[in-house]
Every structure is written in structure tokens, then in C-alpha cells.
Write a new protein. Structure first.
Length: 149
């Protein structure tokens, strides 16, 4: 095992709920003290992991829109997902090079990007991933799995 990432609703709750974040971080620590916990920087989940001295990787999302507070737009909204891979690739390059993402309200949000999530459960996911990878390679951005300390 290299890393741990809570999934779906659990992940979305953990980024805000310290008690849940603490439980997840302690669970990871109990199983593998060297596992990397993926979480958005500045969230409760990220802080809980860091306080336990777990290795973290600050996660961003290639195919999701962001709110002005840095949270992900709810999947109940029609603008939650990005469907155009070229647009998503442009946004990821900006997250990696400038540490910024354009929120749905039009303002910029600061982000820290060390690992990128791309959902593979939607139509066109393979082409989306190919487009993103090609753009990152053209920009000279190295693509590699996070390594355990």
C-alpha cells in the first residue's frame, strides 16, 4: 500500500469534520505509519494527518469545479464536473504552476497541488486522462507517484 484516500461522501465530510478526520488519520497510522494520506491542503483531514506526522499529499481535482472557499462544488449542481478535457488540462497546469484555480463565482482560489484526482467512472475518462497527461508533458511537468518517506 502506498497511499490512502477516503472516497466520495466520506472524503467530503472528512475535509470539514475534525472528529472524522482524526478517526481516519488514526486508522491510517494504525495500519501503515508510512502510508501517504491524500487530502486537500488546509482541510481538517490534512491537518489531522500532519498532526500525527503522517506523510500527506495535497490533492486537487482535474475534473471538478471549486467554490470560492476552496471546497468542491456539490455533485447535485449541474456545474460540479468539467467535461472538456482541454479546459481541465489548462486549469491543472495553472494549479501546478501558479497555485490558483478559478472558482465558479469567477474569483481565484489558492490551492496546493501535489497529486491530481481524475475520476475514472465517467464517460470519456480515458480520453480525459490522455489529454491531461499530454498537456502536462508538453509543459514539462513530471508525472510520478508520490513516494513514501
Amino acid at each position: 500500500m502506498n497511499h490512502v484516500k477516503p472516497h466520495g461522501a466520506l472524503y467530503n465530510m472528512a475535509v470539514r469534520d475534525r472528529e472524522l478526520s482524526d478517526a481516519i488519520a488514526h486508522g491510517v497510522l494504525a495500519v501503515d505509519t508510512h502510508a501517504i494520506l491524500f487530502a486537500p491542503a488546509g482541510t481538517e483531514l490534512f491537518r489531522a494527518a500532519r498532526e500525527l506526522r503522517l506523510q500527506t499529499a495535497a490533492e486537487v481535482f482535474a475534473d471538478r469545479n471549486y467554490n470560492a472557499d476552496g471546497s468542491l462544488v456539490s455533485r447535485t449542481r449541474p456545474d460540479a464536473l468539467l467535461h472538456d478535457p482541454a479546459t481541465a488540462a489548462e486549469r491543472v497546469v495553472r494549479m501546478l504552476t501558479e497555485g490558483k484555480i478559478r472558482a465558479v463565482d469567477g474569483g481565484d482560489v489558492s490551492v496546493t497541488a501535489e497529486t491530481i484526482c481524475l475520476h475514472g467512472d465517467k464517460p470519456g475518462a480515458v480520453e480525459f486522462a490522455r489529454t491531461l497527461r499530454a498537456r502536462l508533458e508538453r509543459e514539462g511537468i513530471v508525472i510520478a507517484a508520490p513516494e513514501k518517506n
